[in-house]
Design a protein around this ligand. Structure first.
Ligand code: NAP
Ligand code: GDD
Length: 349
């Protein structure tokens, strides 16, 4: 008789993104079997993922295609689904509002439907709700024009971008499937989290790459938009552990994940430049073309519930995060064999 404990199987959408790679690493360390949903017939991001993690199994599918999600869930038979896939860059959501609604909003419904159909959950509430646990990547961007500070699980939403509106739909449809069908479906309301693997279009990475480029004599200036916006910035490697903990609870509930601190983009810039021995005032140029049609001025999360119920705490401070990213990009841009498959700057964002 075998005494082997069966592996927990996880399916991650958005596996090729920042969080997907950290979550896959974390779950593999925890002894999971990890599958990632990838879209497209030759997705260039897959080779980048493979550089970080070899042991992930891949299944094809797209959040725009209901049938592909049902097939993926049927094939993988996961115990847990982490829905991280999204169009996640806020400025893009004004330019392509409809596709953002389809992927970031309706994609959540399609993934929930795939789980419901494959689990055989019927049209009314099914006690127990099937076996597949579902995590939705909700966002502090839903708080938008904030009603109170810090923001917690009871703070009302007032999204300020098509992305925020789509995430708010995803959040409420997850809650609705939990209440309608008894599914174990939860949302993590995560505040901004960053890392050396962050996309180069987001402000932290744009700054760390810009600083490295200036320090190495590859550029002279860095163009930025609104320096007064404030964010609660944490480290992505810390935040993915909270995702797993949320699915390991006895009851499905939503949690805010943040640090409880807030800094302005200006403070971030000052720190990043000084880390490399530079004065930001010599290099940063304000560019009105980079300001947003509607801004989220201030975000600051209250992670008390996560601390009390999940035992979760952030490990890396803002100062350590900024140093980590600047040092990583200095090392990356100093390499003669630096990867050509990774876009390291964007003229238009
Ligand atoms: P990211 O780096 O932009 O990754 C997004 C992922 O979504 C990529 O793997 C992308 O895959 C995938 N994707 C895009 N369109 C898709 C589609 N039609 N079907 C399936 N997959 C698709 O984002 P992230 O920073 O890792 O964030 C992960 C999730 O958390 C996102 O939902 C984001 O909105 C949310 N979130 C992030 C933060 C943060 O600060 N990072 C905070 C709160 C919430 P391709 O390789 O195919 O493009
Ligand atoms: N990207 C960018 N580029 N942002 C800039 C720039 C610039 O040149 N200059 C100033 N900013 C300001 C933006 O106006 C915003 O107030 C802030 O920097 C942060 O911008 P991003 O790093 O692009 O992140 P975000 O806060 O809009 O969205 C991120 O966090 C959300 C959670 O709050 C994304 O990861 C979302 O997917 C996520 O949900």
């Amino acid at each position: 008789m075998s005494l082997e404990v069966p592996l927990t199987t996880a399916l991650i959408t958005g596996i090729t993104g920042q969080d997907g790679s950290y979550l896959a690493e974390h779950l593999l360390e925890q002894g999971y079997e990890v599958w990632g949903l990838v879209r497209g017939q030759a997705n260039p991001h897959v080779s980048r993922l493979r550089k970080h993690i070899g042991d992930v199994r891949l299944v094809h599918g797209d959040l725009l295609d209901q049938g592909s999600l049902i097939s993926a869930v049927e094939k993988v038979r996961p115990d847990e689904v982490y829905n991280l896939g999204a169009i996640s860059f806020v400025p893009m959501s004004w330019q392509q509002a409809e596709i953002t609604a389809e992927v970031t909003g309706m994609g959540v419904l399609r993934m929930l439907e795939a789980i419901r159909v494959v689990s055989g959950i019927g049209g009314s509430r099914t006690p127990g709700g099937g076996q597949i646990r579902f995590y939705q990547a909700s966002s502090s961007e839903m708080f938008g024009q904030v009603r109170e500070t810090p923001q917690n699980e009871r703070t009302p939403f007032h999204p300020r971008s098509p992305y925020g509106v789509a995430k708010t739909y995803g959040h409420f449809i997850t809650q609705n499937y939990r209440e309608s069908y008894g599914m174990f479906a939860v949302s993590g309301i995560l505040f901004n989290h960053e890392s050396p693997r962050r996309g180069a279009e987001f402000v932290t990475r744009k700054i760390s790459l810009g600083v490295a480029r200036i320090r190495l004599g590859l550029a002279r200036e860095l163009r930025l938009g609104n320096l007064e916006a404030r964010r609660d910035w944490g480290y992505a490697g810390d935040y993915v552990t909270a995702m797993r903990l949320m699915l390991a609870q006895d009851t499905p509930e939503d949690y805010v994940i943040g640090t409880g601190r807030t800094q302005s983009v200006r403070e971030l810039v000052e720190l990043a430049f000084s880390t490399a021995g530079l004065d930001w005032r010599d290099h940063v140029v304000g560019d009105p073309g980079l300001t947003r049609p509607a801004e989220v001025d201030l975000l600051c999360g209250d992670p008390k519930k996560a601390r009390d119920q999940l035992g979760w705490e952030p490990g890396v401070s803002f100062e350590e995060l900024v140093a980590m990213m600047v040092e990583s990009d200095l090392a990356l841009l100093s390499r003669s064999d630096r990867p050509e498959d990774e876009p390291l700057s964007f003229d238009h964002w």
